[in-house]
Design a protein around this ligand. Sequence first.
Ligand SMILES: NC(=O)c1ccc[n+]([C@@H]2O[C@H](COP(=O)([O-])OP(=O)(O)OC[C@H]3O[C@@H](n4cnc5c(N)ncnc54)[C@H](OP(=O)(O)O)[C@@H]3O)[C@@H](O)[C@H]2O)c1
Length: 258
Amino acid sequence: MDLGIRGRKALLSGASRGLGKACALALAHEGVDVTIVARTRDVLEKTGAEIAQATGVKVTTVAGDITTPQGRSAAVAACPQPDILLNNADGPLPGDFRAWSRDDWIAALDAMMLSPIEMMRLTVDGMMARGFGRVLNIVSRSVKIPQIELGLSNGARSGLVGFVAGLARQTVGRNVTINNLLPGIFDSDAQRAHVRALVEPGKSFEELWRARGEANPARRYGRPAELGAYCAFLCSEHAGFITGQNLLIDGGSYPGTY
Ligand SMILES: NC(=O)c1ccc[n+]([C@@H]2O[C@H](COP(=O)([O-])OP(=O)(O)OC[C@H]3O[C@@H](n4cnc5c(N)ncnc54)[C@H](OP(=O)(O)O)[C@@H]3O)[C@@H](O)[C@H]2O)c1
């Protein structure tokens, strides 16, 4: 299928590794020029070169922290008129809510709610004026299946999802869709860090890692490229009637029928 987005421009944060990188690569394979943002410059440059070599599109790199005003300004300056926006960054490590301070909550809100909202504020009006826009937020299944150890994510990400539900209905009339991707377990650095934080006496990383994969109905972790392909379709010209949705990609681990 021709996704109809060749020559479009995408701005993707959190895109040097893992799920964000997979989205950038999938879009680049469709002929989309990509601007990728992450904090660690050497990894980012390596990823940029890899994507450019594999796909031949124009790749721009921005080393910065998307949760800060400076990082967001640098991202938008590098790609002032994106057709596609992917909001992504770190998730929180597991913990107990009794240990979290107000500052911990503000940092979680900055990363998982306010920063994506600000990126949308900076870009959706231009998309609407140009008559095409695709916005995707990488969120988490935690907004549908609370992860007891991930209270910061359960809470902060729900704020983003609630906001998007309203905004998506205001932009789709100008062919600007906004959707949230809710990953289950994917084989990535973040997933490994999460499992490492759950290690305790008698439970090794390897045991926990294997058991987590086997507990999924698909009996495995998701592959980042699978999420990248989903992202590319949702950013395609064919996906203009899909908006305001919270889309699980989790191997069937969500236990409900609807
Ligand atoms: N993997 C899973 O199973 C899973 C499941 C549910 C939800 N999620 C969520 O999906 C998101 C992506 O996960 P992942 O597994 O792809 O993580 P990952 O492999 O650790 O990759 C995270 C990417 O984001 C960049 N990044 C992190 N914080 C950033 C910031 N403040 N500004 C700019 N770039 C930033 C990282 O580069 P730098 O560190 O160099 O900045 C890296 O490129 C996370 O929010 C995670 O919680 C993941």
